[in-house]
Ligand binder design. Sequence first.
Ligand code: HEM
Length: 421
Amino acid sequence: MGIIGLDNLLASHTLFASPESMHAVFRQLRREDPLHWTAPEGHPPFWAVTRHADVIEVGKHADVFVAEPKTFLLTNEELRVREEQTVATNGKLIRSMIHMDGTDHRQYRGLTQAYFMPASIKRLESTIQERASALVSQLLEFEGGCDFYNEIAVWYPLKIIMGLMNVPESEHAYLLKLTQELLAPNDPTLRRAGTEGQGKGPVAKEYFAYFGKLLEERRATPQTEDLASLIAHTHIDGQPLGLMEAVSYYVILATAGHDTTSSSMASGLYYLLQTPGAQAQLRANPQLLVPAVEEMFRFASPVKHFVRTATRDFELRGKAVRAGQEVALFYHSANFDEDVFEDPMHFRLDRGKNRQIAFGFGVHACLGQNLARASMRAFFAELLARTEDISLDGTPTFISTNQVGGLKTLPIRVKPAPLTV
Ligand code: HEM
């Protein structure tokens, strides 16, 4: 493949719909040009960061590599459309902590940091357990097999995060659809029909309308314990959050809080089942669940990349990154780095310390990672306890997105555990 072919592929969404091609491209880059200057057609150029050590190095220098103004790669045409759609909002579709730097970032993240710490997550254990039991019961009702991703995985983390925000059950399906449209704007079946060429604008607008109403409702009533109420009533420097920031907070929690975990559940199960002997090993040694879940996160790496922009010249892996240039952090590639993971393509339950960075690294490292871990462990513990065997029942498909995604379908068959009286 010529360099233009490679660069076009790296900036594309289709690469991630084919795990074999994706692994081949990133393996080659890690080996031959780990910090690759990428100049795709119709696209601003960027540095592709593909090694674990370099993702960490960028994460350690949050003052040099900043989140503003861009979080995901966009084509020239997408940038033009974005500019048009955001004249009134200073170039922003949403403005959440993920888009902020420095003091702003610290203050906004600080608002819910305590809520997501392990001690708080512990208080949520019974809620998480209830959801896990309900979803496994639902799974066992599919006697003829089911599409694990769409029937089960998409619902479990969605119900947990929407429960924490106290969003009514009747609206979960609608919000699921909006999130899928927002995070896979280029997937031919998931993207919003009829909005080709309009980027994320129409979906973001709808999210805004929905959560703007929720914000009003929460502000009209005294503060309660739910996350949406906390954000509605909180202050920064003595002021309530502005409409853009408050609604964006809801959007980031609602979107980051479920698609990623659903994707990890489905990929995790897929790679567990694909690896000869792994399911039996895990069933016989339930203490391996904790390392198994870390390996599931590594294999899933649902967040494919994030972009940072250099504020000054910086030497990275012996190359000069210039002020104003963009770097794309390819987390999936970092999680298969041969320098860090022995036999990286092998799904192993005995990795010991697993240095996976599916949750990113540095000041923006995932705020919800304790919730994601607790949710995954509870689900798989319940699933393994109530089944005797799970098997693949066809070929899965993958989402075409370079943002957040993974499996699109996962057909499985489940043999329930015999009932004990
Ligand atoms: C398997 C599950 C998850 C994965 C793989 C994941 C991955 C990530 C990654 C890679 C980032 C860093 C983005 C960057 O570098 O700019 C991030 C940030 C974030 N995640 Fe997660 N996430 C997961 C689950 C969750 C959950 C359950 C929540 C719950 C609400 C959540 C909320 C957030 C938030 C708020 C941020 C922004 C943090 C900041 O900018 O300071 N995530 N996540």
